[in-house]
Design a protein around this ligand. Structure first.
Ligand code: ADE
Length: 230
């Protein structure tokens, strides 16, 4: 079994790469794929860059060229709702692309036109393992729910209210829904684990700078506990 691990930014994979025994390094589509062993498992870890296009290209390379069996996306996200704070972890069980809009044709916003699903469901077994990992790390507050994705850094109270109302989402980020989409098309199990770096409100960019390190620490911690169980 080989696991693909995707982070959007180098900061998000920094801690993990320090622990990894890298056996092979290849650059494809301007992304560096690290193949080797991590916490006792075969993995390919890669920083995909920010946004849906980067994430989709990266996911397809992991599937087609590295023949990975499962994918985990880790990193930070904006929290949606007053009960979610920076440092908390959100395990995605469903992903929707909030910037996909063909409502002019009667589709619900988020629906990929002509696709037989509205949301992309994370693999139940991977979600269960992530939850168990959270239970073991009791100092990290965690939630399970929908994560929404779009090519936007959300820093607007109106927008988060809308994301909450329209999608009942717990977190927003810029890659998970696209990784989920590619995994769905290829029938590859996946899960998205995100730690909150900001509350996607008007001061989000300031909080983001401050809380990314703690967010990365927490999501890596959950990932480690989870991988050790696999
Ligand atoms: N990643 C971290 N915070 C985010 C935000 N507020 N919007 C989109 N992606 C994010």
């Amino acid at each position: 079994m080989t696991l693909g691990i995707i982070g959007a930014m180098s900061e998000e994979l920094e801690i993990l790469l320090k622990d990894m025994i890298v056996e092979e390094k290849n650059t494809k589509a301007n992304m560096v794929f690290h193949k080797g062993r991590l916490w006792g498992k075969n993995v390919v870890a890669v920083v995909c860059g920010i946004g849906k296009v980067n994430a989709a290209i990266c996911t397809q390379i992991l599937i087609s060229e590295y023949r990975i069996d499962k994918i985990i996306n880790v990193g930070v996200a904006g929290g949606i709702g007053t009960h979610i704070y920076p440092g908390n972890v959100v395990i995605g069980n469903s992903l929707v692309q909030h910037d996909m809009d063909t409502s002019a044709f009667g589709d619900k916003i988020g629906q990929i036109p002509r696709l037989d699903t509205y949301d992309f469901k994370c693999d139940a077994e991977l979600v269960k393992l992530a939850k168990e990992a959270c239970d073991e790390n009791k100092d990290i507050n965690s939630f399970v729910g929908r994560i929404v994705t779009g090519d936007q850094f959300v820093a607007n109270v109106e927008k988060i209210r809308w994301l909450s109302y329209e999608f009942e989402a717990l977190a927003c980020e810029m890659e998970g829904g696209s990784i989920a989409h590619v995994c769905y098309l290829n029938s590859i199990p996946f899960v998205v684990i995100r730690s909150i770096s900001d509350n996607a409100n008007n001061g989000a960019h300031m909080d983001y700078q401050e809380f990314v390190p703690i967010g990365v620490k927490n999501s890596t911690c959950i990932l480690k506990s989870m991988i050790e169980k696999m």
